[in-house]
Design a protein around this ligand. Structure first.
Ligand SMILES: [Zn+2]
Length: 388
């Protein structure tokens, strides 16, 4: 059938094709004279293939894959088990048709990513899980419960496979243990040691950011570490993602997280970021919020996809930006110095306000004076060396 996905002519560009309520992707529903959508699995796959063709190759960067992962995981969380008995008026059938329309859109995007060789190995079971769920949903709309069950069971296994393959952390008590481990002389039923989680996280200090392997018990959320490279303390707040909202703003982006911290409960983290970069996390992904003393939030890592968003302080640093260029590490040092050293004091706030007021004029004046600009940069270099 469409299990392998090859040789699409992909002429168009990547744009979401909306499946509005007026769209009739399934002619069978119309032909059968029923007002209820009735879709065979083959029709669903054909519609997804058509969608993949229309979409064409995805735009560059990790964005399309990250968005596919998080939207897919969110959709998978909403797909219910097939109903137990076939009933003509079962509301589960109408619900299945709605979810199927979304699933076809996702499957189309997954296939388009696969065709463009933009999936990682660990993502293949995720795409196949969407396909198996689409099959289960289509069979549900037809009232073919046995086929729906069988496809649903396959989909659940694939889902679990994709979850464990993708994540950058291991929970030791989830590892398989034999009934009797002759080497360690332990049986499966002996009391187990307290569980630990192993993960790779980065040092929170802006000048360091060294990646390191850490381990901690999953029974509480806030854990302190000492960096293996710079020897400074930093901490990580570990929580499962429930919902991530990302609003664009004049200064960059405001990110807001609803979380379930390790150890239970509910919490929220919200911060402003001085760059337009977005952050993706699916429901259930394990996130590490990285703090230096203060506490000052420096960044957040999605341990399930191994991607980190480093927080950039909002607000312009006019003269320094002109001297060093956007995204220079010196800017981070200067911004951190402004936020942590200058802004907490009265004199510092006055100095920053003066700087902000006069610097646009300075920047315009410096624009046509490269020699003076080089001189300003030497002065800033000396400042950066002193405060770094
Ligand atoms: Zn460090």
């Amino acid at each position: 059938m469409f299990d392998t996905f090859n040789l699409l002519g992909n002429p168009g560009t990547w744009a979401e094709v909306p499946a509005g309520p007026g769209a009739r992707p399934f002619p069978a529903a119309v032909e059968s004279g029923s007002d209820r959508a009735l879709v065979t699995p083959d029709q669903a796959f054909a519609a997804a293939l058509e969608r993949a063709r229309t979409l064409g190759p995805p735009p560059p960067g990790p964005g399309p894959l990250d968005a596919f992962r998080s939207e897919t995981t969110e959709w998978l969380a909403r797909v219910p088990e097939p109903p137990l008995y076939p009933r003509a008026d079962d509301p589960a059938r109408a619900r299945a048709a709605e979810l199927l329309a979304e699933g076809i859109g996702l499957l189309g995007r997954g296939w388009a990513l696969q065709q463009a060789a933009r999936l990682e190995d660990a993502d293949l079971p995720l795409v196949r899980a969407v396909q198996a769920h689409a099959e289960a949903l289509a069979a549900t709309t037809e009232g073919r419960i046995v086929q729906a069950e069988e496809a649903w069971a396959r989909a659940s296994l694939l889902e679990r496979d994709s979850r464990t393959r993708r994540r950058a952390w291991v929970r030791e008590d989830e590892l398989e243990r034999p009934v009797w481990d002759a080497k360690r002389r332990l049986s499966r039923y002996d009391p187990r040691p307290a569980p630990t989680v192993r993960a790779r996280i980065a040092c929170a200090h802006p000048g360091c950011r060294a990646e390191q392997e850490v381990s901690f018990p999953p029974t509480y959320a806030l854990h302190g570490f000492t960096c293996v490279r710079c020897r400074q303390p930093f901490s990580a707040y570990l929580a499962e993602s429930r919902e991530v909202r990302s609003l664009s703003a004049s200064f960059g982006r405001r990110l807001s997280f609803r979380l379930e911290p390790l150890g239970g409960g509910a919490s929220r983290v919200e911060f402003d970021n001085g760059s337009p970069e977005s952050f993706h996390a699916a429901r259930g992904d394990l996130l590490a919020f990285l703090y230096t003393e203060g506490p000052v939030l420096r960044g957040v890592t999605n341990l399930s996809s191994a991607r980190t968003l480093w927080r950039r302080r909002s607000g312009p640093c006019w003269i320094a930006t002109q001297a060093y260029g956007e995204a220079a590490p010196e800017l981070d040092v200067l911004r951190t110095w402004r936020d942590d050293v200058l802004l907490p004091t009265r004199m510092g706030r006055v100095a920053v306000a003066c700087y902000d007021r006069c610097s646009p004029t300075m920047v315009r004046w410096l624009e046509h004076r490269p020699r003076t600009r080089a001189w300003v940069r030497r002065g800033l270099d000396a400042l950066v060396r002193r405060i770094a």
